[in-house]
Every structure is written in C-alpha cells, then in structure tokens.
Design a protein around this ligand. Structure first.
Ligand code: SIN
Length: 476
C-alpha cells in the first residue's frame, strides 16, 4: 500500500494544522496507530469555505459535459485502485475486506451515476396566461455545499454527497468522521488526479463541533448534507435557522423486517443475514426488529440461528471474517447496555448471551426472542450484530408494530404474495421498503427517510435536485 494521505485538502493544497495539532487514527480491530490527521483551527475552516466560494463561478459555468467527464474519471480511478481503497476502509473502519470492496464499487457507482445526471439538468418552459409572455424555469446550483459524513461508510457516504454536489455545479467542503478520515483523504487525492480544479473539493479534519458550527454559521455555505444521528441532525436544524440553510439529513433508523406466514423462509433468512449483520450491524438501514408471523416464528428463528452460528467474528483483513469489530469502545458499551436491559426486561437470548458481558469490540452475533414494544431494545437503534424477534397474528398488527417508532428510514417485508406485500408496503411509514430484498442501496435509487429519520434524498435523479435551486424567468 502506498503512503496514506493524512493532510487536509484546502484550495488544492495538502495542509497540516497551523498549530501542528493532530488527531490519531487507529485500527478498531487491533488498536494499532494508523496515522495522525490535522486538527485545524477555525481560520483554516473559513479558508476552505472561501476557497470553495472562489472556485464556484468557474465550476458552475463549466459545460456540464466537462463536469461529467471529471466525475466519471474519479469513479474510474476508484475502481482502478479498489484494492488499495478497500484495504484502507477495513484498516480504519473494521468491516470485512469484501464489504469494503463492495463499498468502493458502490462509491464509484455514485460518480458514474451523477456524471450521467450532470448533463440532464433540464429546465422547463411553462405556457403563460398572456400571449406576449413566456415563463422559463432554470435549475441552477445552490452554491457552496458542505457535507458531514459518518464513520460506518467512510467513502460511500462522502461519494454520494460529493458526486451529486459536483454534478449540480456546486463546490464542496466535507468533514469526514474523526474515526475514519483516511478514506476521505484518499478520495481527495483521486479528485486531484482526475483533474478537479483547486478549491472545488476541500476536506477538513479536526474538532467536530467547531467545524460543524463554523460550516453552519457561514453565510457562504448554502447547503449542508449530513448522515448521522437524529440528535446531531436536530442540532443542525436549529443551527441552520440563522442563515436559512438548506439541509439534507439522513438520520437514525429502527428498521422492521416483517415475515408473513406465506414467505419463503429460506429466502427471508438469506436477506436477514445480509440486512442484519452487514458492517457488524452498524448501518442506519440495518434490521433492528424482526416481526414474524407466529405460525412461522419458530422455523424462522431456527433457520436464522443456524445461519448466524456460522458467521465468523474477527479482523476484517482475515478473509474468513464475516463480522468485524465495532468501531470503538463507546459503541461496544452502548450495545452491551442495550443487551443488559433486554435481559433485565425478560427477553429470551436464543444465541450469544455472553455478549451481555462483552469487554472486547468483537461482539458475537446475538439472537433474542420475546421482544416487546415496551423494551429499550425495541425503541433504540442497536447498531450492533443483534437480531431481535417479536411475533404478530394479523397483517394489521404487523403494520402497527412496524410503524411503532419515531424513525422512518428503511423497512423490509417478506411474502409470497406480491399484492399482499404491496398493500402492506403502502402502509409502512418509511422512506424505503425492501420487498423480499434487503440489498436496497443503489446509486440510482432515492435513499432517505421520513419522520425523525430526516428529509431529502440522496442518489437517483432526486439526489441532484437537493443541490439545485429553481429560478423562474418571466419574459414579456
Ligand atoms: C447508512 O448506514 O446510512 C447507509 C447505508 C447504505 O447506504 O447502504
């Protein structure tokens, strides 16, 4: 592996903090020190914002076809250097290498998709009420856009924000998560190699609260896209008021996975394994609650336990590993706390009870049954390899249980009857519903939630709209 980039990208230059301060980045699997990234001060964040402002006119007026070519090149470079990039993701994030390779390809897809959308930002001509008037609608970039990205998909979440912003003609500043900045800085190198002009993309690392509030307070930054907790999302909504900033928020989830009595149970369990244990359960769309018709609950549980037992927990660099470590000790403590409360509340541990006393970040996969809506484990996003099972009798009861949460990101539904599944899916209060499918993330699909899971959409043709504003011309 080449020497990893560990400086910030500001105005096309790789910069250390003026003070020389740094933040260590460590491997969650081994505790090994990987690199130190700059802890920049507020003046350097403001410099990044100004450089995005300076770069904006040339980038937004560059022909869309040329913007598209640069985006396409970034995607191609990601694919060409997929092994190096995947290894970096696993080193700093912990997920199994084959998942990291999947994340690189998912990221490259966003650059390809938005390179194709960049050239299709069509306006409208609307018939007016008078013969001598014309009404034209233009779509223009919103301006300087910023992103605050999470550690669970260190490159994919950045890619889907950056690619949409650049395609729309916006310039961009991103703050990657402090746990996983190295993949983002790697992407910054590819942006430069692809010929992106200085200042169009800026990457800043340092104190999260200072950088976040500086971005939010800046009148130059017209839009912020955030993926992370509902708690931080609410803070950003409050902070956006002073500058009336546009937000896209992809926040927490509490995904139900409904198994009807007519479901193909083998297929359901196949989907359950992917939908629950991907990234050690640390995705916003991971299944949080299995809701299974009582007539098939025992069979489903037995099949799920058998498949779960075969999963291998270990270092993501080991090719046998199917579940890597949790990101840090705080994440482990939160999962252990939720498990202990489930145990105290009377849930039944079918597999992995020893996780209640875990002291390592390598949590064994857990399956719990007899879960009830009154329990903490029902209400909170677990963010760990823990499958919880509750039962229902009727479709109406399944819908009510599935909707019994403040969140509305993703839901899953398994049934042998498409018309029954569609009728239920229409009643599920979620932004995304997988029917007989848990692999729902795709560059061409609109990713996002409702209720306290946020607003706005990423990916698809809708994703670019979040970086565009309408201007209407009335021509007499
Ligand atoms: C997330 O966890 O927020 C993203 C998951 C995905 O894009 O598949």
């Amino acid at each position: 592996m080449k020497k990893m980039q560990s400086l910030c990208l500001i105005n096309g230059e790789w910069r250390a903090a003026r003070s020389g301060s740094t933040i260590p980045v460590t491997n969650p699997a081994t505790g090994e020190h990987l690199a130190d990234v700059p802890q920049i001060d507020q003046e350097q964040v403001l410099e990044a914002i100004r450089s995005a402002e300076t770069a904006l006119p040339a980038w937004q007026h560059r022909p869309a076809r040329e913007r598209a070519q640069v985006l396409r090149r970034i995607g191609d470079l990601l694919q060409e250097r997929q092994d190096e990039c995947a290894q970096l993701i696993t080193l700093e994030q912990g997920k199994p290498l084959r998942e990291s390779l999947g994340e690189v390809s998912y990221s490259a897809n966003y650059f390809q998709w938005f390179s194709e959308e960049a050239v299709r930002i069509y306006g409208e001509i609307i018939p007016s009420d008078s013969a001598n008037k014309r009404i034209f609608v233009l779509k223009q970039p919103i301006g300087v856009a910023a992103a605050i990205t999470p550690w669970n998909f260190p490159i994919a979440m950045l890619a889907r924000k950056m690619a949409a912003a650049l395609a729309a003609g916006c310039t961009f500043i991103a703050k990657p998560a402090p746990e996983t900045p190295l993949s983002a800085l790697f992407l910054g190198e590819l942006c430069q190699e692809a010929g992106l002009p200085a200042g169009v993309v800026n990457l800043v690392t340092g104190d999260a609260a200072m950088i976040g509030s500086t971005l939010m307070a800046s009148p130059i930054v017209k839009k912020v896209s955030f993926t992370g907790s509902t708690e931080v999302g609410k803070l950003l909504i409050r902070q956006s008021a002073d500058t009336v900033k546009k937000l896209t928020l992809e926040l927490g989830g509490n995904a139900p996975f409904v198994v009807l009595d007519d479901a193909d149970l083998e297929k359901a369990v196949e989907g359950a394994i992917y939908g629950k244990y991907r990234n050690a359960g640390q995705t916003c769309i991971c299944v949080n609650r299995f809701l299974v018709h009582e007539s098939v609950a025992q069979t489903f549980t037995d099949l799920l336990v058998a498949r779960t037992r075969a999963l291998v927990v270990g270092n993501g660099l080991d090719e046998k590993t199917s579940i890597g470590p949790l990101i840090n000790d705080a994440a482990r403590d939160k999962v252990v706390g939720i498990l202990q409360s489930a145990s105290n509340d009377g849930a039944t541990f079918v597999l992995g009870q020893e996780a209640c006393a875990a002291t390592s970040r390598f949590i064994p996969p857990v399956v719990i049954s007899q879960v009830k809506p009154s329990m903490r484990i029902w209400k909170e996003e677990i963010f760990g390899p823990v499958a919880t099972i509750a039962t229902f009798r009727t479709d109406a009861e399944a819908i009510a249980l599935a909707n019994d949460t403040q969140y509305g990101l993703a839901a899953y539904l398994y049934s042998g009857s498409l018309s029954r599944a569609l009728a239920i899916a229409e009643r599920l209060e979620y932004g995304m519903v997988g029917i007989n499918d848990t692999a729902i993330s795709a560059a061409q699909a609109p990713f996002g939630g409702i209720k306290q899971s946020g607003f706005g959409r990423e990916g698809s043709a809708h994703g670019i709209e979040d970086y565009l504003v309408l201007k209407y011309l009335s021509v007499a």
